[in-house]
Design a protein around this ligand. Structure first.
Ligand code: IMP
Length: 434
């Protein structure tokens, strides 16, 4: 019997609008699990006009009774988690007995955030422009085997020594914060971490077996992706990536479950593209048109407020990450942002040093030089905002969507035409079929 689970993964540079898709699917699932990333993510969800931005707690929390898992692959900032839970409670959402975090999830300490900022600034023009949430240094410590995990909070004897290793690792990356006691005093930091012990004692868990048990009992589980495929540590536009695996393999490593526990993989794609932070973006546009798309799409980072760079859909890149993820269905978001355009360029292939290249150049310097080769699709010049029936879509909007599906070989399951849950067209009623 096929497992009833579904993964929602971003197929661009994050900010594809996964929050809304995840929110919708959470309603149909019994549990939602985050497998990677940390508080660099910000899933924006609008419920009855109320806006929620969730950074660590899976979006399922907004649906009564759903269980929420945070896997070992997540970098957990305890302060952010505590604040998020308190805010949810204050807004009337009960979290008791519904949130679980793996013993092995690594902890983001204040020193990681300072080190993140210092190291990125030190790259000068090559800065990655990270979110400064301590993500890179936390995952680096994990790989170097000096990182602190949730389980360490319960071990009163060794906590301070382990914090000492972390401080030693980052001592030269702190700039003028190098003597700040709140950053480098191990006993103070240990005391601070111990203050989270009651929180973690209540929610700590061995997440993998819990998820497998749910699936074995026929329950539906949603794997909630963060960021997007082009920010994957190995398969994104390295080094302008995040430090976790945002593609499909991250689910299995990050939750400790086998590939057979995944049913359907849904890829979320914005009808155009955005990127926040530095790095190559062949289809980027600038000027008035870019500004108007940015305003219409409200393209400002939900965590940092930074304006997002905008550009046209890159089908060559999309085909590549669809293959990496084994994407079964697409969710296309923000179609309405393109409503006023006369025509919409779509990148089919590239030109590198005068030669036509149909696949994404795997060599970073070549990708930086890649010039997009565009096809132009006729615009529809009509509002699609808030549409929720496929047969109401203008002919050319339909043609644009069909084109994406045809060129990628993946059917479209959902089209989003606005921020609210209601502004959604379901092309295929059952997201769990594949
Ligand atoms: P970091 O994840 O903070 O280390 O940032 C590395 C790169 O990933 C930067 O370019 C960030 O802007 C980008 N990034 C990280 N998280 C997100 C996200 O949730 N949405 C969009 N970009 C992100």
């Amino acid at each position: 019997m096929k497992v009833k689970s579904i993964a929602v993964l971003g197929l661009q540079w994050g900010d594809e609008g996964k929050g809304k898709v995840i929110d919708f699917l959470s309603d149909q699932c019994d549990a939602v699990a985050r497998f990677g990333g940390g508080a660099n993510a910000g899933h924006t969800i609008v419920v009855n006009g109320d806006k929620f931005i969730l950074k660590l707690v899976p979006s399922g929390i907004l649906h009564e009774g759903k269980l929420c898992f945070i896997g070992a692959g997540v970098a957990c900032d305890p302060e952010v988690l505590q604040n998020e839970i308190s805010e949810l409670e204050a807004r009337g959402i009960s979290t008791k007995g519904r949130i679980f975090i793996d013993f092995g999830a690594h902890l983001v300490l204040p020193i990681h955030k300072v080190s993140d900022g210092f190291r990125d600034a030190g790259r000068g023009k090559g800065a990655i422009d990270t979110t400064k949430r301590g993500i890179g240094p936390t995952y680096a410590d994990k790989s170097s085997r000096v990182g602190l995990r949730v389980a360490d909070i319960f071990d009163g004897n060794t906590l301070e020594t382990k914090i000492g290793y972390v401080i030693d690792t980052h001592r030269n990356n702190l700039g003028d914060r190098g003597t700040d006691e709140s950053i480098v005093n191990a006993s103070r930091l240990a005391q601070n971490l111990r203050s989270y012990e009651p929180l973690f004692r209540e929610i700590v868990s061995d997440v993998g077996p819990e998820i497998l048990r749910l699936l074995a009992n026929g329950k539906r589980v949603l794997f909630e992706g963060a960021q997007g495929a082009l920010l994957d540590l190995d398969y994104g536009t390295y080094p302008y990536v995040t430090s976790s695996h945002t593609t499909i393999g991250g689910i299995f490593i990050g939750l400790g479950i086998p590939p057979s526990s995944l049913g359907t993989a849904i890829g979320v794609v914005k009808a155009y593209m955005t990127r926040v932070g530095s790095g190559p973006f062949p289809t980027e546009i600038n000027g008035k048109l870019a500004d108007s798309l940015r305003e219409k799409g409200r393209e400002y980072g939900s965590v940092t407020g930074r304006p997002r760079r905008v550009g046209w859909l890159d089908l060559a890149n999309l085909r590549r990450v669809i293959n990496i993820n084994g994407t079964d269905k697409l969710a296309i978001t923000k179609l309405d942002v393109l409503d006023e355009l006369d025509e919409i360029p779509v990148c089919e292939s590239y030109e590198v040093d005068g030669a036509k290249v149909s696949d994404v150049p795997s060599n970073h310097p070549d990708f930086c030089k890649a010039k997009p080769v565009y096809s132009k699709i006729k615009g529809w010049k009509q509002s699609t905002a808030g549409m929720n029936k496929i047969d109401r879509l203008p002919k050319n909007a339909r043609a644009y969507l069909d084109y994406i599906s045809e060129k990628t070989g993946v059917p479209i399951w959902l089209i989003s035409t606005g921020y609210s849950r209601e502004d959604t067209i379901f092309v295929d009623a059952d997201p769990f079929s594949s």
